[in-house]
Ligand binder design. Structure first.
Ligand code: HMG
Ligand code: MG
Length: 311
């Protein structure tokens, strides 16, 4: 029997802001993280120690980590909140550790299920990326830092076409065997459908892979309005961790047209409607979605947020 608690991983401050037209001021990012920390969210991605030449939007991640070390966001509530940071290689992890903070509890490494996207996003093959992650995992293990794994392009890739589910299963298994505590399956270009979601998850959960469903998270994009039907499929198959982004902020700079992570507001409304618990204050997140959309001068990517606030 699966529990009715669903963990939401809020990726707005990282995945959401890495692709904005203009670079979002550090102050705004910190305000966003601070506000999100007051809503009951347990995991809030806060930045990425990637190359600032590749992704200038994340150049201020060191300042964010340092600030949150001195001024825990959310005050007393922040005790139970994890703020993960992406690291693409050992250099990224060493940059983070070099800051000497005590609040680096979790990092995320990110692989691809397609060779084309791996090259575009992190400039190396899938195998090479896994090789690079090994020392990251070892050092994290020594320092007591948890490591989450991401896999992009789980259904198809703009460069390579459809992704075989067995390929996703192999990369997932490798990331888990290397020591990731959880793997987030990313539908980076939003091409998923319920049958594809079902086939993929069934492949992962069945022999020979037999991956425990508790080790899996789903990261759906709403590009084609399918994120929630895919989430429903994953929910029925036992997935209890989902990634989302307040106001549906986001997109990946190396996946053209990959707009919008599913919005946290829409995901929570859907989950609560399904009888699930998230522990997150939907109205609070909706207000943040309106606020950040105005700050960034973009339209709110959530349907639920604006509807809820005007009823
Ligand atoms: P590279 O150019 O192959 O790296 O980039 P390199 O090792 O050859 O080094 C080149 C230069 O980069 C050197 O500097 C290094 O010092 C520097 P130079 O000598 O030229 O001055 N460098 C670094 N600087 C800072 N931090 C580092 C770092 N590493 C090297 N960690 C690299 C390879 C992986 C660094 C680059 O491709 C990169 O940073 N890529 C990140 C791309 C990215 O952030 N993409 C978005 C996140 S993934 C995503 O959004 C999908 C996801 O959300 C799931 C989904 O939505 O589906 C996770
Ligand atoms: Mg995403």
């Amino acid at each position: 029997l699966h529990s009715n608690f669903v963990k939401i991983v809020e990726v707005g401050a990282r995945d959401g802001l890495q692709n904005e037209k203009t670079i979002v001021p550090t102050k705004t990012k910190l305000a966003l993280i601070e506000k999100l920390s007051q809503t009951g969210l347990l995991v809030i991605e806060a930045g990425a120690f990637v190359s600032p030449k590749w992704v200038p939007h994340m150049a201020d991640t060191p300042q964010i980590l340092q600030y949150l070390d001195k001024h825990p966001a959310g005050g007393a509530q922040s005790e139970g909140i994890t703020y993960p940071y992406l690291v693409p290689n050992l250099q990224g992890l060493e940059r983070a550790l070099g800051l000497g903070t005590t609040n680096l509890k979790e990092v995320a490494i990110f692989a691809s299920a397609s060779e084309g996207f791996s090259q575009k996003n992190i400039n190396c093959s899938i195998d090479k990326s896994l090789e690079r992650f090994r020392p990251v995992l070892e050092l994290c293990h020594d320092r007591g830092i948890r490591v989450r794994g991401y896999i992009s392009m789980i259904f198809s890739c703009p460069y390579d076409g459809p992704t075989p589910p067995t390929r996703v299963a192999e990369v997932t298994k490798k990331l888990l065997d290397m020591g990731c505590y959880e793997v987030s399956l990313g539908d980076t270009n939003g091409m998923g459908t319920p049958p594809l979601t079902s086939i993929l998850l069934t492949t992962l959960l069945s022999k020979p892979y037999a991956i425990p469903v508790s080790k899996l998270a789903c990261h759906f994009h709403d590009t084609y309005n399918s994120a929630l039907v895919n989430a429903m499929t994953a929910l029925y198959l036992g997935v209890r961790t989902f990634d989302s982004s307040v106001a549906g902020l986001g997109g990946c700079p190396y996946s053209k047209g990959a707009t919008g992570n599913v919005s946290t507001e829409d995901l929570i409304y859907f989950l609560h409607g399904m009888g699930m618990e998230t522990g997150v204050d939907l109205e609070g997140v909706s207000r943040i979605g309106e606020w950040i959309s105005k700050e960034l001068g973009r339209s709110n990517g959530s349907k639920v947020g604006p509807a809820l606030l005007t009823r």
